[in-house]
Write a protein that binds this ligand. Structure first.
Ligand code: 5RP
Length: 230
C-alpha cells in the first residue's frame, strides 16, 4: 500500500482538524510549528471563503504567517475566551497528555491553551508515545537572570538540562527567555507532580508538559488515514 511522507501526514491531520472543529464566527487559537503551518493555511482558506473568524497567535512566527495569508489577528487580552485552538505537539501519550515546546513557543501556547474552550492537537503518528519523556527532552522556559542556578534546580528534579542554542548563541523565546531541554532517563513519572515541581523552581517561567488540557488529538497515519481521538 502507498505510504505518505511525514510532511503530507502533517497536512492531512491539520486540514482534518480545521474542517472538523472550526466553525464560522469562532475565535481560533493558531498553534506554532510545521504542523500548525498547515492549520494556518487551511484557516486562511476559510477566511477567503467568507468565514468571520478572529484568531489569536501562539508565536510571532505564526502571527506573521497568519497576517501574510489574510487572517485577522486579535490580541488575547481583547477576547473573552478562545473557542478552539489547534496546535502541534512533540509527544502525545494515550491519555492525551503532551510534551510541547521543541519549536520554542511553549509559554504562549500554554497561555492560549488555558484560555481555550477546546485544545485540539494535530500530529503525525511518529509523535505517539506510551510514556511522556521517552521520545524527546522536556523543554523548560527560564528567565535569563541566573539561569545557571535555575538549571541546577532543574537537575535536582532528576533530569539532564541542556541549554538550547541557536548557532553559537542561546536560543531566545518570543518572551525574551531561554530554554533548557531536560532529558529524563526512562521518561517522566507522576506528570502533575513533576509539572508543579518544575514550575516552582525560582527562575522557571513554564515547562512544556500539557496535562489534562486536550479535548481531541487528530492523528495522521502513514497509510494516509486520519484518526480523531477524543
Ligand atoms: C512549538 C511546539 C510545536 O507544536 C511542536 O514542537 C510540534 O511542532 P511540529 O509540528 O513542527 O513537529 O510545541 O513550541
Amino acid at each position: 500500500m502507498a505510504q505518505v511522507d511525514q510532511n503530507e501526514m502533517k497536512r492531512i491531520a491539520a486540514e482534518k482538524a480545521v474542517e472538523t472543529f472550526v466553525k464560522d464566527g469562532m475565535t481560533v487559537g493558531l498553534g506554532t510549528g510545521s504542523t500548525a503551518y498547515f492549520v494556518i493555511l487551511k484557516v486562511a482558506e476559510l477566511v477567503k471563503q467568507g468565514y468571520k473568524l478572529k484568531c489569536v497567535a501562539t508565536s510571532v512566527a505564526s502571527e506573521n504567517l497568519a497576517l501574510e495569508n489574510g487572517i485577522p489577528i486579535v490580541d488575547l487580552n481583547d477576547v473573552d475566551h478562545v473557542d478552539v485552538t489547534i496546535d502541534g505537539a512533540d509527544e502525545v501519550d494515550p491519555k492525551m497528555n503532551l510534551i510541547k515546546g521543541l519549536g520554542g513557543a511553549l509559554l504562549r501556547e500554554k497561555i492560549v491553551a488555558a484560555a481555550s474552550v477546546e485544545e485540539i492537537i494535530v500530529v503525525d503518528e511518529s509523535k505517539l508515545v506510551e510514556k511522556i519523556g521517552t521520545r524527546c527532552s522536556l523543554p523548560v522556559e527560564v528567565l535569563p537572570f541566573g539561569h545557571l542556578k535555575t538549571a541546577y534546580g532543574l537537575k535536582r528534579q532528576g533530569c539532564e538540562p541542556v541549554l538550547r542554542m541557536k548557532g553559537s548563541e542561546p536560543f531566545v523565546t518570543d518572551g525574551g527567555n531561554l530554554i533548557y531541554d531536560c532529558r529524563f532517563d526512562g521518561g517522566i513519572d507522576y506528570l502533575s507532580f513533576k509539572e508543579s515541581a518544575l514550575d516552582a523552581i525560582p527562575g522557571v517561567v513554564e515547562c512544556g508538559l500539557f496535562i489534562n488540557m486536550v479535548r481531541a488529538v487528530v492523528i495522521a497515519h502513514k497509510d494516509g488515514s486520519v484518526e480523531i481521538r477524543e
